[in-house]
Design a binder for this molecule. Sequence first.
Ligand code: SF4
Ligand code: SF4
Length: 150
Amino acid sequence: MITKREMSGVNLYSELVAIYQRLEDELIRLNPGCNACGTCCNFVKFDHVLYTSNIETDFVTMHVEVPDFNVSSNGCPFLKDNQCSIRDFRTLGCRIFYCNPNYKEISGDLYEKYYRKIKDLSIKHNIQWKYLPFLDQLAEFKSNRKPVFV
Ligand code: SF4
Ligand code: SF4
């Protein structure tokens, strides 16, 4: 039998997947374009930091094994042969970022909109909101994994 706590986790992540799906539908319409070169997942090369919420990091770590990695190298450990190896579970920031300069103007608003939806999910499920660099959170989850809804 599934417990109330486990059910909370199931609902949380099915709602997160629904949010991601709505975003994907919007992105299909916007069509920012990508040749899947993987360069933007190399944070050093792109000189940016991927931030994410604890809910999303938990969603990733409950589905995939996190390989050993060095936080200071500032490269995503899920980038394999210049491809994302966890595409179905990747974070909001991964989903919204495109290097197309014509799309950059609207990406900020789009990010705010979906960031808000995920934050509302956190409030709804009584989860303390944490929003930190993805690699820092991954390292923390790897050393001390606890589901966020406990
Ligand atoms: S999770 Fe995937 S899309 Fe996101 S930074 Fe890592 S390799 Fe890139
Ligand atoms: S968004 Fe740009 S840099 Fe990132 S994978 Fe696509 S083409 Fe490459």
